[in-house]
Design a protein. Structure first.
Length: 106
């Protein structure tokens, strides 16, 4: 299956970026990105690998179900990273506040 027109990333201006073709489970998709071909290919390989692993480990035959499970897994990873990042920001804010409290007022 070949998608004829590039999928545009909403954050990529129409006049910028390059069209990159990726193939996941035999489905070719063209997308326009500023991220670079090598990076996008690496992401596609990772996604395909996760889908195949999900299908083999869970005995899933439907690629659509495997894709949904992989999307949920990736969303879970992203949420955990966001929470960890926010926690780290609060830790730094607390440290800065403690240091500022130690500085005598002028």
């Amino acid at each position: 299956m070949v998608e004829e027109r590039p999928v545009l990333n909403p954050s990529t201006p129409r006049d910028k970026g390059e069209v990159v073709a990726i193939n996941i489970l035999g489905n070719e998709i063209r997308l326009k990105t500023e991220a670079g071909s090598a990076y996008i290919q690496k992401l596609a390989e990772d996604v395909e690998s996760r889908i195949k692993r999900c299908m083999s480990e869970a005995g899933i035959v439907s690629s659509l179900k495997a894709v949904i499970l992989v999307c949920l897994d990736l969303a879970d990873e992203l949420e955990k990273e966001k929470k960890q990042h926010l926690k780290g920001d609060k830790t730094w804010e607390e440290r800065i506040d403690k240091l500022l409290d130690k500085i005598p007022s002028v």
